[in-house]
Design a protein around this ligand. Structure first.
Ligand SMILES: Nc1ncnc2c1ncn2[C@@H]1O[C@H](COP(=O)(O)OP(=O)(O)OP(=O)(O)O)[C@@H](O)[C@H]1O
Ligand SMILES: [Mg+2]
Length: 349
């Protein structure tokens, strides 16, 4: 990533290289310039903002599951010219649900990978002591590793902590380490403990990123509150099963509390239905109920239960690279496409 901050002297060479390694990055080009140079740098295939919206669906291409899977596979192999619109400014989203195992991390990682594969520049911030997002993105860590913990508790800079994700240009990850497990307690005694992440985000020039996705832990504690204070949008993954809606009320109340006391610009912008099993009536009942309640916030795409999705993290990969032709990869690709196009039209913003 180009250095355009006055803190250039403090940016380590390692990080500088890390950010500069993205395909199509171009030193010194800001989003504001909107120059041809920028368009070329952000759109490796040379597709302009106008033409790109006509790419993909709606231009006569087949829109069948097989065609989508083929396109997904082509994208991963670098043969796709299907670039998606970029938001006018960086969208900063918390991926949150205090219920465990509903697909927060899987959703954050695979949406991020899909967006990055289509010309967006994306950073995943792993805010969960379990470090699942870091593992799934193939970020190696040990006891010495610096992580989001150092940003929250020791004021390290986001820019210095972000690492490029192997094999996926345009994607970075700020990892989590087990230190983060103690952060919730350490934060209690710090000034403005709910705003530590916001402080770091404010100090970080995100103008050259399109998305920051913060993967939250399964709780409504201080880490999740920090995420909600630092973000403008909340993305809630909901698992299509019986207990899915339990606890959702508490999550919504928490969002309201953060809105009224700490971050008035926070809003729930996106709901993703995960682990959908089309064979059960229950799954479709849950999906219908969620759609009735949240309306247009719910993405049309249903992410199916897919073995390949669950296998991918053990190979340190997103399913987008592990098996791009799988149903799970195709669904996350579609979900990310919806997000990208909503950003352009302003729905949910
Ligand atoms: N679409 C899917 N198909 C099959 N398995 C899935 C799918 N989505 C997620 N999983 C699996 O379900 C488990 C929980 O998913 P994930 O870790 O993304 O949830 P989470 O909400 O982040 O969990 P936690 O609350 O512990 O952070 C993981 O083993 C994951 O691989
Ligand atoms: Mg998780």
């Amino acid at each position: 990533m180009p250095q355009n901050q006055s803190d250039g002297g403090r940016v380590s060479r390692e990080t500088e290289l890390a950010f500069d390694s993205g395909v199509g990055s171009s030193a010194g080009v800001s989003r504001e310039t909107g120059s041809q140079e920028e368009q070329q740098s952000w759109h490796p295939a040379g597709v302009s903002r106008e033409t790109e919206s006509k790419s993909g669906r709606g231009n006569g291409e087949l829109d069948t599951p097989i065609a989508r899977a083929a396109r997904a596979a082509m994208t991963v192999r670098g043969n796709s010219d299907d670039t998606w619109p970029r938001p006018t400014e960086c969208r900063v989203l918390s991926v949150a649900n205090q219920k465990g195992g509903v697909g927060k991390t899987t959703t954050a990682v695979n949406l991020a990978a899909s967006l990055a594969m289509h010309g967006n520049r994306v950073m995943v911030v792993d805010l969960d002591p379990q470090g699942n997002a870091s593992t799934a993105l193939g970020i190696e860590r040990d006891e010495e590793s610096r992580s989001i913990y150092h940003c929250l508790v020791e004021d390290a800079e986001i820019r210095d902590l972000a690492q490029p994700v192997p094999d996926i240009p345009n994607l970075w990850c700020v990892p989590a380490t087990i230190d983060l497990a103690g952060a919730e307690i350490e934060l209690v005694s710090l000034v403005a403990r709910e705003s530590r992440l916001k402080r770091s985000f404010t100090a970080f020039d995100n103008s050259e990123l399109d998305y920051i996705l913060v993967d939250c832990p399964p709780s409504l504690g201080l880490l999740t509150v920090n995420a909600m204070v630092a973000c403008e949008e909340v993305l809630i993954p909901i698992q299509c099963e019986y207990y899915a809606l339990e606890g959702l009320g508490q999550l919504l109340r928490n969002v309201e509390l953060v809105q009224s006391h700490l971050n008035p610009s926070l809003e729930i912008s996106t709901i993703v239905l995960t682990m959908y099993d089309a064979r059960t009536r229950l799954a479709s009942q849950v999906a219908d109920e969620v759609r009735q309640y949240f309306g247009d916030l719910v993405l049309n795409t249903l992410v199916p239960r897919s073995v390949r999705v669950s296998e991918a993290p053990s190979y340190g990969q997103s399913v987008m690279t592990y098996d791009p032709a799988s149903t799970g990869a195709a669904a996350y690709m579609e979900a990310a496409r919806e997000m990208a196009h909503r950003a352009k039209t302003g729905v949910g913003n």
